[in-house]
Structure formats: C-alpha cells, structure tokens
Unconditional design. Structure first.
Ligand code: SF4
Length: 350
C-alpha cells in the first residue's frame, strides 16, 4: 500500500439542505447534513466509515462521487477540485470513481440483461472495442466469482441477492476505477453471503490495488475489512483510528476513545444466556440509561454535537467545538476530554 499518497482530500466540507417545515407550510428550514468535514483517503487503503443512520455517511459518499456539490469546502480527487470538473474532465473522473450500492435488488435495471448492464460503462468510456465486449463482460463476471457459462444473457431477477451484489461489484470494476465507494454493500444480504462478499472485496482490493471508502454500520465487518476507521456523528468526524485500535476498542480493552465511539460500541447486540433463551439480543445500553435526544434544536449547538447525550459533558463542551487531538500515531479524537501533552493539530484535518 502506498501509505502516504493521498487520492482524495475532503477539506472543510459542509452540506446544507433546505426543506419545508411542514407538509402545508411554505416556510423552510435548513438541515445540516455535513459540518466542516475534513478527511484524507490514502491510495490503496480501505477506509471504513461508521456511524448511526442519518449521521451523514451517505451524503459524504454522494459528494465524493460528484453527484452533489458541497455547500462549503472542497473535495480534491488526485489533486483536482471536483467543482471545477466539466465535459471530458468530468467524464474521466466518473470513470475513475465508482460505487457499489446497498440494495442489490434495486440497483440493477430489471429490463436489461447482465451483459447490457455491465457492458454499458465499457461502451460509454470506450474501454474495449465492441467486438471484445462479450469477452470482457465474462472476464469481469468471473473475477466477481460468477463462472456459469451464458450467465451474462440472464436477467437480474434470475439471481440471488449475493449474486446480484457480485454483478454490482463487476459493474463497478468495469471502468478499472481508482476509488470505489461502497455504501453498506453487505447490509441487505444473509450472514453467510455477507462473508463471501467481504472476502471478494478483500481479494479484489489486493489484486487490483483499488482504494475503497467502505460505509457501514456493522462494526465487526468494518474492523475486518478496513485499514483505518473514521467515526461520524451528526455530520462531523469525531474520531479516526487505525483498524488495530478500533479492534481493541470493540473488544472492550481499555484504550482511550471518544464517548460517542464508546456509545456506538456498546450498542452492538451482545447475546446473553437470557437473550438466547428468548431469542433476542441485548446490548449494554439496554441495561444502562439510553440517552437518546430527539429534538433537532441540538443541531445548532455552538460546541460539541454530542453534548446532549454525553455523560462526560461540561460547560466547555456546550460552548466550544473540540479541536482534533492526535493521541497516538494515526489516532485522532475531537473531544475536550483529550487536551493533552499530546500533539494538537489545530485544524480538523485527519
Ligand atoms: Fe462529551 Fe465534551 Fe467530549 Fe463532546 S467534547 S464528547 S460533550 S466530553
């Protein structure tokens, strides 16, 4: 892995959406999906991105793919500002950055054969001559673990969920991309199929040297596939760490980490003897106080966004945004609990 080469830089990116206050209301309000996010994706790494639903993970993915524009800040891909891309430059960018979708059932056009689906990006980007299309589609399908002859002539409804996700991966890799954004690629699949898809992703990452942004709320899977893990909360990165550190935190071994990361880890269902008898999972937070805050008025806090839910909160947390603190190599936390002898970065770049 080229550890130091940065393929994508996200600099101070914010995204605001203007929505109607009510169904019959003409008044609008702003919702902040991303708040001053800065992140660097290194070439040939798998960067895991975790956080609860609605924290801004998929919004960040859409901005990196160039499907939407940031309200503030900028995103550079291989040194080029995405907002400046037009015409042929934009087409070249689309070839280099691809996406694997969450739902393998709705992400494939049911009216088209697998050959039509996978050959489309090959034709659009002129990747191989027309006479070679069929052979290239077969090669991509085999690379994704689909070996049956004539499989490319079938329609999506003839495949299982796992097979469809393999087809989605084959389509994403057709343009030989440098960066693949995977948004919950296994969450719609059975557990045994999840393992096959994860092994496929790891094999392909190693053999084709692709860079991945792997978005998921499944923490054990993220630890298994990623080289680094970033934790998001309410549109902001709160912690980023190497996978080894993330593994220690997950196993409950005593390592310093952000209170929200702690909350996220404890929310993972842990089977207990009682739970297995009645067929349900139970989490540490079922046993402790669940401090959920529904009100959106907390979104406009001038300080730490986790303040209303944090058991360690102080007045300083309410008033001041925490700056990033690198507590060990590659492990950065945005929290006032960490104001140390450790090196303070002074910016929010991680
Ligand atoms: Fe909790 Fe304060 Fe840290 Fe935010 S800055 S996570 S409120 S201790």
């Amino acid at each position: 892995m080229h550890k130091d080469e940065i393929i994508c830089t996200i600099q101070g990116v914010s995204k605001l959406y203007r929505v109607k206050k009510g169904f019959f209301s003409a008044k609008t309000m702003e919702i902040q999906a991303l708040d001053n996010v800065s992140l660097k994706v290194r070439r040939q790494e798998i960067l895991g991105l975790v956080g609860e639903s609605g924290c801004g993970k998929s919004t960040l993915a859409r901005l990196i793919l160039g499907l939407e524009k940031p309200s503030a800040g900028k995103i550079n891909f291989e040194g080029i500002d995405l907002s400046a891309l037009k015409g042929d430059h934009l087409k070249r960018f689309r070839k280099k950055v691809q996406m694997v979708f969450q739902d393998p059932f709705s992400s494939l056009n049911p009216k088209k054969t697998i050959f039509q689906i996978i050959s489309q990006p090959l034709r659009i980007h002129g990747i191989c001559p027309r006479s070679e299309l069929r052979r290239e589609v077969r090669r991509l399908l085999e690379m994704a673990g689909l070996h049956n002859p004539g499989i490319e002539n079938r329609y999506p409804h003839e495949f299982s969920g796992g097979q469809r996700q393999r087809i989605g991966i084959a389509r994403a890799l057709a343009t030989r991309p440098d960066l693949v954004v995977m948004d919950e690629p296994t969450s719609a699949l059975d557990v045994s199929i999840q393992a096959q898809i994860i092994n496929l992703i790891l094999d392909l990452q190693e053999s084709r040297n692709i860079t991945c942004l792997f978005i998921s709320h499944d923490l054990p899977i993220v630890e298994f596939v990623s080289h680094r893990v970033a934790v998001m909360y309410k549109g902001a990165i709160v912690e980023i760490m190497p996978k080894e550190r993330f593994g220690l935190v997950q196993k409950g071994l005593d390592t310093p980490h952000h209170p929200y990361t702690d909350f996220l880890m404890k929310s993972v269902p842990v089977p207990t003897p009682e739970a297995s008898m009645c067929g349900t999972g139970q989490t540490d937070h079922d046993l402790e106080e669940p401090f959920e805050v529904k009100s959106s008025r907390w979104d406009n806090l001038s300080g730490c966004k986790f303040y209303p839910r944090c058991p360690h909160a102080t007045q300083k947390c309410k008033d001041e945004k925490p700056l990033p603190v690198e507590i060990s190599q590659g492990h950065t936390i945005f929290c006032h609990l960490f104001t140390p002898s450790d090196k303070e970065l002074g910016t929010n770049e991680v």
